[in-house]
Design a protein. Structure first.
Length: 403
C-alpha cells in the first residue's frame, strides 16, 4: 500500500512539473523500483538512519540506471529531472515513510494467545522487539469460558491458538484465521522452528504440496540467459585474473545437495588456493586460503556468476535456499528441526534467507537462518522471486547474506 501511494505521489510530481505522461511514468517507476530494491519499504528498516542510508543507496542506483538507459535507448530525460526526483525522495517520500512506520510500530494491538507462553520459546520476544506496543494476554486452554467470551466478541480475530493439540478442545469455536502460524509468518516473515513442533500436521500439509510452477522455470531461464550475456565481459576478466594469479583451474566444482536431496555439481569461479582439508568448514573458517583476486570477486559476488549455468541446467533456481555440502546437510538434519524441508525446492543463487539474515558459522545460526528458508519454501511464488531478485543488491551492499 505504501509503495503504491508513493508511486502515485512521484508520478504526480513529475507530471505536474514536466507534463509528459510517458517520461513521468518511466522515471517514477525507476524511482520506486530503486527504493524498493534497497528495502526502503521493509519494516525491518524502521528508524530514520536506516531509511536515510537506503534512500541514499537508491539514488546512486537510480543514477547508474539512467546513465545506462540514456545512451542505450536514447531516452531524453534531462538530468535536472532526475535530480529533482532525488530531492523529492529525501524531502517528501522519506518523511512520509518515517511517519507511517512510526505510527505502525507504536500502534497498540491486543492479542489473546491460547496456551502457555513458555511453549513459544522466544517468539513473543521477537514480536515485541518489532512491535513494542503489542499487548499479548495468555488464556488457559482448559478455561473455556474465557476463550468463548473472546471468540464471541469483536476481538475474535485476535484470538490465536498456540498449539495444534488444542484444536480438538476448541473445535467449532475457532477456525484457520485463529491459527498462530498464519499470524507469526505474516508478522515475522519466517517460520520459527518452534512453530513446526507446535503445528506438525499443519506444516506437513503445506510442505507436501510444494511444487515448481512453469512460470518459475521460465523466469529462471530468461534471467539466467540475460545475466550470462550482461556479465560475459566481467566473467572473462575474472577468469583471466584467476589464471594470471594462481593458474588453473579457473572454475571450482563441488558436489552440493539439491532438490529432494539429490547431489549435483555446483560451479563457481575459484577464489581459494588448493589446500587439503579433512572436513568441510564454514566459509569464515577458510580465510587463509583466499587469493587476492578471490577477495575481490567474493566481495562483489562475482565468484557466483557460473551458477547461472547451473540454473540453465535445471539443478538450481535463481531464488531458493543456498545449496550446502552433503556432510553439512547430514549434520544439520540430525540437530535442526525441519531442515529436510528446505530440500523440497531447488537451491538458489540468492534467496529469502540471504536478504533477511547474515552469514552463518555455527549450527545455531544455521537454525535461525533456516526459519527464513522455510518461509520461502512454504510461500514461494514468482512475485516473491522477483522481490528477492530486486533486493539482493541491497543485501550485498549492506553486507548481509551467505552466498
Amino acid at each position: 500500500m505504501l509503495v503504491a501511494f508513493e508511486g502515485v505521489l512521484v508520478f504526480l510530481f513529475n507530471f505536474l512539473i514536466y507534463k509528459s505522461i510517458i517520461d513521468s511514468l518511466i522515471l517514477s517507476f525507476f524511482v520506486i523500483l530503486t527504493l524498493y530494491s534497497m528495502r526502503a519499504y521493509d519494516e525491518v528498516n524502521w528508524d530514520i538512519q536506516k531509511q536515510f542510508s537506503r534512500t541514499f543507496a537508491s539514488t546512486l542506483l537510480l543514477l547508474l540506471i539512467i546513465l545506462a538507459l540514456k545512451p542505450l535507448f536514447g531516452w531524453n530525460v534531462e538530468w535536472y529531472q532526475v535530480f529533482s526526483n532525488i530531492v523529492f525522495s529525501f524531502f517528501v517520500l522519506l518523511p512520509i515513510r518515517n511517519i507511517v512506520f512510526k505510527k505502525k510500530r507504536n500502534k497498540v494491538r491486543k492479542y489473546f494467545f491460547v496456551g502457555d507462553e513458555k511453549e513459544l520459546n522466544g517468539i513473543v520476544e521477537s514480536l515485541k522487539e518489532k512491535y513494542p506496543k503489542f499487548d499479548i494476554l495468555f488464556l488457559n486452554p482448559e478455561v473455556l469460558d474465557e476463550i468463548h467470551k473472546v471468540a464471541a466478541s469483536s476481538e475474535r480475530k485476535n484470538l490465536l491458538i498456540i498449539s495444534e493439540r488444542y484444536l480438538t478442545t476448541l473445535n467449532g469455536y475457532l477456525g484457520k484465521d485463529n491459527f498462530l502460524p498464519e499470524f507469526i509468518e505474516k508478522e515475522l516473515k519466517k517460520v520459527p522452528l518452534k512453530m513446526i513442533e507446535l503445528y506438525p500436521k499443519y506444516y506437513m500439509r503445506y510442505f507436501e504440496s510444494v511444487k515448481e510452477s512453469f512460470l518459475e522455470r521460465v523466469l529462471d531461464i530468461v534471467v539466467s540467459i540475460f545475466a550470462l550475456i550482461i556479465f560475459s565481459l566481467i566473467m572473462l576478466v575474472v577468469a583471466l585474473s584467476i589464471y594470471l594469479e594462481d593458474g588453473r583451474p579457473i572454475i571450482f566444482k563441488q558436489k552440493r545437495v539439491g532438490k529432494n536431496g539429490k547431489l549435483f555439481t555446483m560451479y563457481k569461479f575459484r577464489s581459494m588456493k588448493h589446500v587439503e582439508r579433512n572436513r568441510p568448514l564454514f566459509a569464515d573458517q577458510e580465510q587463509d586460503r583466499i587469493t587476492k583476486v578471490g577477495r575481490v570477486i567474493r566481495k562483489l559476488r562475482f565468484d557466483e556468476l557460473p551458477q547461472f549455468y547451473n540454473v540453465l541446467k535445471g539443478d538450481m533456481s535463481i531464488v531458493g535456499p543456498r545449496p550446502e555440502q552433503e556432510k553439512f546437510v547430514k549434520e544439520f538434519e540430525k540437530h535442526i528441526t525441519g531442515y529436510k524441508y528446505r530440500h523440497l525446492t531447488k537451491p538458489g543463487i540468492t534467496g529469502w534467507a540471504q536478504i533477511m539474515f547474515k552469514y552463518t558459522s555455527s549450527i545455531d545460526e544455521t537454525a535461525k537462518k533456516l526459519e527464513y528458508d522455510l518461509w520461502y519454501v512454504k510461500n514461494k511464488s514468482v512475485l516473491i522471486d522477483l522481490k528477492v531478485m530486486a533486493q539482493t543488491l541491497e543485501a550485498m551492499l549492506f553486507k548481509r547474506g551467505a552466498i
